[in-house]
Structure formats: C-alpha cells, structure tokens
Ligand binder design. Structure first.
Ligand SMILES: *Cc1c(COP(=O)(O)O)cnc(C)c1O
Length: 392
C-alpha cells in the first residue's frame, strides 16, 4: 500500500459509534466496575483513549512498537534522557536544537550526565567520540538550522556494536519522508508542534520506540513525571497527520525551488538544503529520505547579524517567528532567536553564522514566496550600497 494511503488509514474509525473523526475524551478519570477492574483506563494521566489513539498512529507511522505522547517536543526529549543514570554520557550532533542543548547542559549537567557534541556527518567522528560511558547517541537529521545530514543506518550499526541506544529527532523530515527505526534507530522523537501538527496551532511531542521494553520504560516515565499531551491537543495532532503526506510533499517542492533561487542570488553566500547537489551529504539524504523537506537556511555574503535582520524585517509573506512546519511560511534569525542559548563560539563552530536566516517554506504558491524573498534581499543590497557610499 502506498505511504499516503497507509497514513490516512492509520487513523481508525471509532469502534463504539462509527464516528469518522476520533472522539475527544475530555475526562480526568474513569468509573471502575470493581476496585482495580476497568476498561483499560483508570486515570487520565496514565492513559486516555484519544491520546492512546495518537500513540498507536505514530507508532505505526514510524514502524515502531510503542508510541508515547508528551506536552511538548522538549518533554519528549526529557523523557528519553531520563532512561540514563548519573555518570552516563550522550554523544550528540553538534548542530543540535537549541532547546535540547539547554536541557542537556543546564538541567542534566547538574545530575551528572555529560554530553559530547560531535559533527556526526562523518562516521569516523562518531567512532572517535565514543567513550565507555556513552549510553545514548543523539542525532537530528536534517539538523536545525544548517540541515546537516547524518547516515542513520551507518551510525545505528556503530550503536548496536557498542550496545548504545540510538535516538533520532525526526522533526524535520517527519515519518512521511524518513523512518529512522526502519534504518536501525532504537528511538525516534518528534516535536509534533511542527510538521505532524502542521498548522502552527499546538505544542506537542512524541516518542516512538523500536522495542516494547524501551517503550514500557518511556511509558513509565510519562506517567511518573506527568508531562502528558492533553486529549484536545492529541486530537489536533491526529487531524494534522491526516494531511501530512500531502503537505510535506508540497513543502518539499516549494523549498527546493526557493533553495535553487537563493543559490543563484548575488547577495547570498551559502544555501543549506539537502536537496541541492552541492549539499555535503546530499547522497545520504537521497538514500534515507524520500524528499528533502520544507526548511531552507542561507547566509549572506555580508556576514553580519544586522544584514540578516534586514532580510527578516522586510519579508511580507514569510512571517518573523520561531517554529516551523506550518501552512504559512515563517522565517527566523537563529543567532538571536532559536539558538541564542548556545554560546557564540560553539554556535559559529557548528556553522550557525551571524547572518544565517532559516526559512520554513509554507504551502503558498512558490512564485509568490520567491518574489517576497527577492524584494527583501534587494533591500539588503540597497542598504549595503548606502553604507559603502558613506564609507567612501
Ligand atoms: C521545535 C523542536 C524541538 C522542541 O519541540 P517543542 O515542541 O517546541 O518543545 C525539538 N527538536 C527540534 C528539531 C525542533 O525543531
């Protein structure tokens, strides 16, 4: 069966009433027939039918055994880190989501968990960075915001040989484009706030595990720590999933056209998009993804934060906001927004230049999007010329 069909039909019809839409069970508790005898639901932190439906759907979409839904992507990441003990180490991709960096460093650092940040785009780097304490490898691929690609299958092999769990943050690709568990990963996490929700109207996180054993551990953590997704937000994610395939295909087509436009623009220095042949690991992206997604980043020849700000202030369709993956196009300046919690030196080393701009290419007509970027870039050029003439 095709991916689109599987995806649409992963959402069940309600067995009780035949409702085509999944019912929202807005309740805190469930009546028991006898003490301890119930229909599988006792208290809504532990389990809720709407959330359980979403958890089944995401497990199916990722090809895993168990899905677990959380109040945010960061709560999902937090639950995975809680599998570790004090003294354990994480080997993480260097161009990591800023919030994950903050969580690892400022929360788990206090509890004796150490993180080694490594450029995981090269396999040798991963092997070199392993220590006897490494218990978890943390990948994002593509990364945020420089769209670095790591070879999931090759790194899964290294993880397996060393008895280390491999977790992939699959937020950027979504299961419609990439299924890390099928490539050997043990755990997948999502900020469902992005493509899975797809409409910029909720905050949610998901974990999917390959094994039932790790799944049960995460479910225990979900109930014990309590950062569950609400029934209503679970329903919104389910509703988003219905059109996931269609949306990410169109996001990918639009993003490729935008990336190709930027690549030939005189004010642009570098374009980061895995779908471009010039991308460092384009071949690996083509091997493990069915399309290249909706995020494009670029930096300017004039590598100053002020030049990038000039661009983000002047677009009209691309709205200035953090987040990504929605219907409407958004853009941001990572150095002062999403990645400001990463120290400048480390940020630059990971390729997040001061003039880097990240685009979340939406579902508008692509000609309109390109025109919008073109007029904003023209303003940078004009500004640049003016400052040159002042200098003369
Ligand atoms: C947004 C994001 C997160 C965090 O998710 P929230 O839902 O905002 O908590 C984690 N990883 C990536 C790659 C993200 O883009």
């Amino acid at each position: 069966m095709s991916k689109a069909t599987t995806l649409i039909h992963s959402i069940p019809v309600d067995p009780l009433t035949g409702s085509v839409s999944v019912p929202i069970y807005q309740t805190s508790t469930f009546v028991q027939e006898e003490p301890g005898v119930h229909k599988g639901y006792d208290y809504a932190r532990t389990n809720n039918p709407t959330r359980a439906t979403l958890e089944d759907i995401i497990a199916k979409l990722e090809g895993g055994s168990t899905g677990i839904a959380f109040a945010s992507g960061l709560a999902a990441i937090d639950a995975v880190v809680k599998l570790l003990q004090s003294g354990d180490e994480i080997l993480a991709v260097d161009d990591i989501y800023g919030g994950a960096f903050r969580l690892f460093t400022h929360i788990y650092g206090k509890f004796g968990i150490k993180v080694n940040y490594t450029d995981t785009t090269g396999i040798a780097n991963v092997v070199d960075a392993l220590t006897p304490q490494t218990k978890l490898i943390w990948l994002e691929t593509p990364t945020n915001p420089t769209l670095k690609i790591s070879d999931i299958e090759a790194i899964a092999e290294i993880a397996k040989q060393n008895n280390i769990l491999l977790c992939v943050d699959n937020t950027f690709a979504s299961p419609a484009l990439q299924q890390p568990i099928k490539l050997g990963a043990d755990i997948v996490v999502h900020s469902a706030t992005k493509y899975l929700g797809g409409h910029s109207d909720l905050i949610a996180g998901l974990v999917v595990t390959k094994s039932e054993e790790v799944g049960a551990q995460i479910k225990f953590i979900q109930n014990a720590s309590g950062a569950i997704l609400s029934p209503h937000d679970s329903w919104l994610v389910i509703r988003g999933v219905e059109t996931l395939h269609l949306r990410v295909q169109q996001h990918s087509r639009n993003a490729l056209a935008v990336a190709e436009f930027l690549q030939q623009h005189p004010a642009v220095d570098k374009v980061y998009y895995p779908g471009l042949k010039s991308h460092l690991n384009h071949e690996i992206a083509a091997k493990q993804q069915s399309a290249f997604g909706g995020i494009v980043s670029f930096n300017l020849k004039e590598d100053r934060a002020e030049a990038a700000k000039q661009v983000v202030r002047n677009t009209k369709l691309f709205k200035l906001a953090e987040s990504l993956g929605g219907v409407k196009s958004l853009l941001c300046h990572p150095a002062t927004m999403t990645h400001k919690s990463i120290p400048a030196e480390q940020r630059h080393a990971a390729g997040v230049a001061d003039s880097l701009v990240r685009l979340s290419v939406g579902l508008e007509e692509v000609e309109d999007l390109i025109e919008d970027i073109q007029q904003a870039l023209a303003k940078v050029n004009a500004h640049q010329l003016k400052s040159l003439s002042v200098n003369v």
